[in-house]
Design a protein around this ligand. Sequence first.
Ligand SMILES: [Zn+2]
Length: 247
Amino acid sequence: MRGRFRIFDTHTHVGTALHSGRTYSADQLLRDMDRSGIDRSLVIPFPVVADPREAHDEIGRAVLAHPDRLSGVVCLNPFLPRADFLNEVRRAVEIYGFRAIKLQPQYQPLNPLWRTSDFFFETALEQRLPIICHTGSGIPYSLPALMMDPARRYPDLKIVLAHCGGGLLVGEAIVAADFCPNIYLELSSLMPNHVLEVLHRVPSSRLMIGSDLAENLEVEIGKIEGLAVSDEDKRQILWETGARLLL
Ligand SMILES: [Zn+2]
């Protein structure tokens, strides 16, 4: 709780990142959550890890120890042998109750337009997992518009565009959400003026906050708290949308 609002951070990472060298533990996350008044966090493995099973286990143990504060997300290379991919998704859901599957197109070049990628979307549907797709850096596969294709072909699938196109592509993310009612936008890395632009076209019931990294927490929450919009819009972005979709 932070002032009048409950806070659900729908984009955090725990583990050890091979690409950046960053290490961040669940205990550090919980301390940072307490310091910033974050009620819940959705915890995602870093995009490049030594062993995705171990990354899921590290997050899963924290989720089981703190079910009131943390939920987990599956993230693994979609080009693993198909059976290995499916088994690991199912394992993370069955043992740890993970609530979404993350696609990192800047490190996992899955083209949503190719039929060879359909298994990814069908796995998410089968496991009732929303897809969280990184957008922005890492084009072409991280272009927000590419997710419009699976969103229309799988209307029961929910897709969150993480970083909402990352500033440069915010307009494309807005169009994607405008045309596809099952596309949601996570607002990390946008400037406050971008968030207002999004709010003019996409209802707050499809918008949510994320911090991505601990040092962004105060800025990401503060930029929503400080907007000249209704308390209801802030409540949706800070808690309700994420809670409806991901809890
Ligand atoms: Zn991230």
